[in-house]
Design a protein around this ligand. Structure first.
Ligand SMILES: *[C@@H]1O[C@H](CO)[C@@H](O)[C@H](O)[C@H]1NC(C)=O
Ligand SMILES: *[C@@H]1O[C@H](CO)[C@@H](O)[C@H](O)[C@H]1NC(C)=O
Ligand SMILES: *[C@@H]1O[C@H](CO)[C@@H](O)[C@H](O)[C@H]1NC(C)=O
Ligand SMILES: *[C@@H]1O[C@H](CO)[C@@H](O)[C@H](O)[C@H]1NC(C)=O
Ligand SMILES: *[C@@H]1O[C@H](CO)[C@@H](O)[C@H](O)[C@H]1NC(C)=O
Length: 364
């Protein structure tokens, strides 16, 4: 089971942290995502007479855009952020992450991280991102707010009338959690009999939390199905990035099955407010793309990450005591699907986002 641990560790280890503020503010709050609203999105909005104005995000490093703590986290250090915006912003990638792509689809700017909440009300216009890298549905190795606490923060804003009923009625939530729960379980407990009951408890708690976000008034809630953990570079390194770990992917399949069932139940009780963004299928279709779908993005060697430690004790962004780099970066981050041991590149997220277009259309 140590392999499983090495697998999940990047996800967790990237993230040990403490709070500092300000400097990425302009980037986080002020960057543009260019020309959102492709013509077909406008069509949908028009047809369904519903235009989201805010995005609220609860999650881990797949959606965090800077809440994680600067002093310890690699995502606040070079070479994170080299593609976009050109310097680290706390995103776990060379550039944009899932939140940024979803914001673009919804037609709002990427919402400000909770960490920067005190910058003034006008910056809260597009919603807020409560996601913290390394966190889970339950507590993990990372001392940062779990999903329950992230929702508590949101609820406090509603109580304080920062967001009103109308804001909520025209908002979308993005939720990406559970990967780190399994990392934490494996780090503590190698009992394989215990794994399935644990998955059940994670999905049950996740489902309770989703209902809570709905009850607070958010109109549409987008939840990610778990990515293929067995294909993350942390898991495939020992196999020279040649193949995924099927055992781990089977456990992910069980999580995703329970999640689908939980969502079906919630949708039956909630006017179909929940949408599952299937990161398992979308990652797999990109990883297996042989270039046969016209216009789809293909990666030459999709399991090999762009940024890797020079040996197993180092990872992307590691430096030694004298500040010397202990990692290598590929020539062109656009050519790689994975950025580091656990996270896609911006181009990787773009490919996944493209594969998810069909599902996203259901938002309107
Ligand atoms: C796959 O993962 C399982 C469970 O974490 C582990 O026991 C196994 O050794 C891994 N297999 C390979 C081929 O790495
Ligand atoms: C979330 O974190 C809080 C504060 O650490 C803790 O009291 C609570 O039990 C946690 N919730 C879950 C579901 O793990
Ligand atoms: C769990 O792993 C530890 C080492 O990390 C080992 O000593 C122990 O025997 C393992 N227990 C089980 C039940 O596999
Ligand atoms: C590990 O899993 C076993 C089997 O489910 C359970 O009895 C035990 O309490 C767990 N230990 C920890 C530390 O979670
Ligand atoms: C949907 O909810 C109704 C009552 O609220 C219930 O009778 C029905 O069995 C539910 N269907 C599913 C598929 O859960």
């Amino acid at each position: 089971m140590e392999l499983a641990q090495t697998l999940f560790l990047p996800l967790v280890l990237c993230l040990l942290s403490l709070l500092t503020q300000q400097s990425a503010l302009l980037v986080s709050a002020g960057h543009h995502h260019g020309h959102h609203g492709h013509h077909h999105h406008h069509t949908h909005r028009y047809l369904f007479d519903w235009r989201p104005t805010k995005l609220f995000v609860f999650g881990d490093s797949y959606s965090d855009t800077g809440n994680n703590m600067k002093s310890v986290t690699k995502s606040w250090k070079y070479p994170y952020g080299i593609t976009f915006p050109g310097k680290p912003t706390g995103r776990f990638s060379d550039g944009r992450v899932l939140t940024d792509f979803l914001a673009k689809f919804v037609g709002v700017k990427s919402p400000i991280p909770y960490k920067f909440r005190n910058v003034g009300v006008k910056h809260l216009k597009y919603g807020m991102n409560f996601a913290y890298g390394g966190t889970g549905v339950f507590n993990t190795l990372v001392a940062a707010p779990n999903m329950t606490t992230q929702i508590d923060f949101f609820q406090q804003f509603i109580k304080d009338s920062v967001f009103n009923a109308q804001d909520l009625h025209s908002s979308v939530a993005l939720i990406t959690l559970a990967g780190n729960d399994y990392a934490y379980y494996l780090a503590l407990n190698n009992s394989s009999e215990g794994f399935k009951p644990f998955i059940t408890s994670v999905v049950n708690q996740l489902s309770v939390n989703l209902k809570r976000v709905y009850d607070l008034g958010v109109k549409k809630i987008v939840v990610t199905a778990l990515q293929p953990l067995g294909c993350l570079p942390g898991s495939t390194a020992e196999l020279s990035f040649q193949k995924c770990n099927g055992t781990q992917n089977l456990l992910v399949g069980f999580h995703n099955l329970l999640l689908q069932q939980a969502i079906a139940k919630l949708n039956n009780e909630s006017k179909s407010s929940f949408i599952v963004l299937d990161l398992y299928t979308s990652f797999m279709s990109v990883l297996k793309n042989k270039g046969d779908h016209l216009g789809s993005i293909k990666f030459e060697n999709p399991l090999r990450p762009c940024c890797v430690g020079i040996s197993s004790e180092y990872d992307c962004g590691s430096v030694d005591d004298s500040g010397a780099k202990k990692y290598t970066i590929c020539d062109n981050p656009k050519s790689a699907f994975f950025w580091d041991g656990a996270h896609p590149t911006q181009q990787g997220w773009l490919a996944v986002y493209s594969a998810l277009q069909g599902t996203l259309e259901e938002l309107y």
